[in-house]
Design a protein around this ligand. Structure first.
Ligand SMILES: [Zn+2]
Length: 135
């Protein structure tokens, strides 16, 4: 359980960081590109053209096309979302939660704790109480 939880937190932090980096890159590029893109012939072809022609100078002789930065940003974002989804799955798969209905007091097992759920016994929308988390 400890191993899974650590894995989850690491994965979550990594995924979140990747999402943040990707989003920041995309927003920064758009922010920079937007005023320079003529919108008369359609925004996206013009934007694409602009991103291919403009370089971003990092200094130290490192120059990258804005398009490559856009692709990197989008990749980081997509990978971050993937890692987030995956770590969430890893976290929940190893867990068996016993939930209790606050009305009929019946208990049932679920793969994860839910804020809201339908009680399988009295069929009401309830906020099930977590009785036990199997480790
Ligand atoms: Zn119930």
């Amino acid at each position: 359980m400890r191993r899974i939880a650590t894995h989850y937190i690491t994965g979550y932090a990594l995924g979140f960081a990747l999402c943040l980096v990707g989003l920041t890159m995309l927003v920064a590029i758009l922010w920079r590109a937007w005023p320079n893109v003529p919108t008369s012939h359609g925004v996206f072809p013009a934007l694409e053209q602009y991103l291919w022609t403009k370089d971003f100078d990092f200094g130290f002789g490192v120059r990258l096309k804005l398009m490559h930065l856009t692709i990197m940003g989008a990749t980081a974002l997509a990978f971050g979302i993937f890692v987030l989804a995956f770590s969430r799955k890893v976290f929940y798969v190893g867990e068996n939660v016993l939930l209790q209905c606050p009305f009929c007091k019946n208990q049932w097992k679920a793969s994860r704790a839910r804020g809201w759920g339908t009680c399988p016994y009295c069929n009401q929308m309830v906020q099930p109480k977590v009785v036990k988390i199997r480790k």
